[in-house]
Structure formats: C-alpha cells, structure tokens
Ligand binder design. Structure first.
Ligand SMILES: [Zn+2]
Length: 252
C-alpha cells in the first residue's frame, strides 16, 4: 500500500507542532518522492522506516522559503552520511534556478565526492508530465500564486487512486482540472486573498472537481482551534473533510 506522509502542515508561519507544509510519497517498491523541502526531512523519516537512500525524487513546487528552505541542510546531511544514490529534482525554471544559486552560495562545489544531482526543469503549462515511477505517475498544473508555482496530480498505480495537491493558489480552473475525480484532494487553506484560498474556497474546488475526500493543509497555525476550518469547508463541500497534522499518514 502506498502512503502519503505529512511532514509539515503549516502555512508560512510554523510552530513546534506544525512545520511548514511538505510531504513524502512512499510506494510499495520502497521508492519515495519528496514534495517540497521546508525543513530537513531526513530527521523525520526514521519514524516511518524510510531510508534516505530510497528518497530518489524531489519535486519543488515554488521558490518560497516555507517550501524550499530545507534543501541545503538536507543535501549536506545526505553528503556527510555518505549518500551515493542520485537525487532527481523537479520544478519550474524560476524555482530550480534559484535553488542552484542557493547551493552555489553554500559552495557545494567544494563538497568532495558529492552524490549526483539531476535537475529536471518543467514547462509552465497544464498537465505537464513530471515523473513516472513504478508506483507514481505525477503531472503538474500552474497555480495562481505570487510567483510561478505548480500543483500536482498523483496517480497511484497499485491502487488506481488519484491524489491531488493544490499547493499555494487562488481558486482557478487549473486546480479543478488537476483534482478531477480525485480520491483525495489536499488543498491549502491559508485564507482568502491574493495567491491563496480559504477553507470554503477549498471546499468549492473539491465539489467542482468531484473529489471524494478533502484534506486541508497549509493553514494558519496561530488559530488554535481547528474546528472552524473544517466547518467552513463543509459549507461548500458535502464530502468528508479533515485537517492535516504533521505525521499524519494517508493510505493512497
Ligand atoms: Zn506556502
């Protein structure tokens, strides 16, 4: 059974219980795909029996610190612990170009015997193939955020299920398309305003897409009571709604 493991659930402001939003996909064949790298994910993987060497793919949705700030320290830890396995990194040019600049600023060219890193630059257009592994067939859609950003549609081969991830976005038709008939829509709920969505808007997208389950993520953790978020989404979506917490595991 493939799993989606939540490593962080907060919007840009995090706290001790909620890291910034990122997650890992683990398939039946031990392969793991990291989606964003908000802090060092390697410290969280042992509790799920995921060996860092099985983390062979990383998708970066956009170059905002709450999504990519863990890249240098993760890379350094992989290097120091003797990784030899190649790491494939996927994203838009806007993001990957800046990730390379950050790594250059860290002078990673002076780190001897560094493992191979392969960058895959994605075009910014709907239904762009990202990667196709033994377990996951993943495609990307541009979202509407402050900077070029992608949301993801993840087809799970062993179960036939589809998981959709809105990433950071205002409600736009692209998000309905990427979530079409999804078993699980993981949607941000930062609140209304430019470049983001509220829980009620997440519910509207889930309803329009015909998604079966809605999970709210990337929410404001300064509001301590989560119940209003779920209730708000239920005003626009009749299906089951949950709020993601760090270390939640979804069988997909
Ligand atoms: Zn964000």
């Amino acid at each position: 059974m493939a799993r989606l493991i939540v490593l962080g659930s907060a919007a840009a402001v995090s706290n001790a219980q909620h890291d910034n939003t990122h997650f890992v996909l683990q398939g039946d064949h031990s392969e793991a795909v990291l989606v964003d790298c908000s802090s060092n994910p390697l410290v969280k993987l042992p509790r799920f029996d995921i060996h860092p060497d099985t983390l062979t793919h990383m998708i970066l949705t956009h170059f905002h610190p709450d999504h990519i700030s863990g890249v240098p320290i993760m890379m350094m830890q992989m290097w120091i612990t003797g990784r030899k396995t190649p790491l494939h990194i996927y994203g838009l040019h806007h993001c990957l170009h800046r990730v390379k600049l950050v790594m250059d600023a860290c002078q990673w060219d002076t780190w001897p015997n560094f493992f191979p890193v392969i960058f895959h630059t994605l075009p910014e257009r709907p239904d762009t193939p990202v990667l196709d592994t033994e377990e996951f067939d993943i495609s990307a859609w541009p979202t509407k955020h402050f900077i070029p950003t992608i949301g993801l549609r993840i087809a799970v081969k062993s179960s036939g299920k589809v998981v959709a991830y809105s990433c950071d976005t205002e409600p736009i038709p692209n998000i309905v398309s990427l979530a079409h008939s999804a078993e699980l829509l993981i949607h941000e709920a930062s609140g209304t305003g430019f470049g983001h969505s509220s829980a009620a808007q997440a519910g509207e997208v889930a309803a329009q897409a015909g998604a079966k389950h809605l999970v709210l993520i990337h929410y404001d953790v300064r509001q301590e009571d989560p119940a209003p978020l779920i209730a708000e989404a239920q005003t626009t979506f009749a299906g089951p709604v949950a709020r993601a917490n760090d270390f939640d595991v979804f069988e997909i």
